[in-house]
Design a protein around this ligand. Structure first.
Ligand SMILES: Nc1nc2c(ncn2[C@@H]2O[C@H](COP(=O)(O)OP(=O)(O)OP(=O)(O)O)[C@@H](O)[C@H]2O)c(=O)[nH]1
Ligand SMILES: [Mg+2]
Length: 217
């Protein structure tokens, strides 16, 4: 019985996700779904990313959180159109929540829509939002055992940002093992090693974002 209900929920979500994908594509917008644990550094990475995309791409942001507009306020300070979704308890965004806020954007004026999902390494990956790419942000201090413990998010992601590499000397993470395990789950995944705090490693990440998006003409 429970399995049947879950299947229905996911089937409905998938239909709405396909509608969102069509809306994004018709507007010429590349949408990405950023996922990762609470505090992995998703919003910090977005802030540094938006600064660097100025003049190269027009980006919009959808922020997902259980409560508060704190992340949207951080993004708004960068002069980028942003809408905060509060799930009111749900541990992930779903396609319906995203669809409801799309009219708040002038999509035809955007090239890239970055959706920051609710901080969670498990649930968000089950719910497509209509994005072209899923991206996982894993801060290295979470531990090099995480890919094998939470494989689905790495399997479904096009790219993974290994954030907080500035803290490498302060934890026992083995970067070689970490990258080996990620690639064993998803051999095609792109890996970016970044410190959003010190702003290192961002060039390759920005280059990749430009490669998947339609630049401003
Ligand atoms: N040392 C270090 N700290 C970082 C880095 N990136 C982010 N942080 C810090 O990590 C904390 C969490 O960062 P956020 O960007 O809010 O993380 P988040 O993933 O958006 O968190 P949620 O939205 O709550 O899931 C903040 O104190 C950041 O300053 C980094 O590269 N290095
Ligand atoms: Mg955040």
């Amino acid at each position: 019985m429970e399995i049947t209900i879950k299947t229905d929920v996911l089937a409905t979500n998938e239909q709405l996700a396909q509608q969102n994908k069509k809306i994004f594509r018709e507007a010429g917008v590349t949408a990405i779904n950023i996922m990762g644990s609470p505090g992995a550094g998703k919003t910090t990475l977005l802030e540094r990313t938006l600064e660097r995309l100025q003049g190269l791409l027009k980006a919009g942001v959808i922020e997902g959180d259980i409560y508060t507009a704190k992340d949207a306020e951080r993004i708004e300070a960068h002069g980028v159109p942003v809408v905060q979704i509060n799930t009111g308890g749900a541990c992930h965004l779903d396609a319906q929540m995203v669809q409801k806020v799309l009219p708040d954007f002038k999509l035809e004026q955007l090239d890239l829509m970055i959706i920051e999902n609710v901080g969670n390494l498990v649930c968000p990956v089950e719910f497509n939002l209509g994005e072209e790419h899923k991206v996982t942000v894993l801060s290295i201090i979470e531990g090099d055992d995480k890919p094998l413990k939470y494989p689905l998010i790495f399997k479904e992601s096009t790219a993974v940002v290994l954030n907080k590499v500035d803290l490498l000397d302060f934890c026992d993470v083995n970067m070689d093992n970490l990258k080996r395990d990620i690639l064993s789950i998803n051999p095609d995944i792109k890996i970016f090693e970044i410190s959003s705090r010190l702003q290192t490693g961002l060039d390759a990440w920005i280059k990749w974002l430009l490669s998947i998006s339609k630049p401003v003409s």
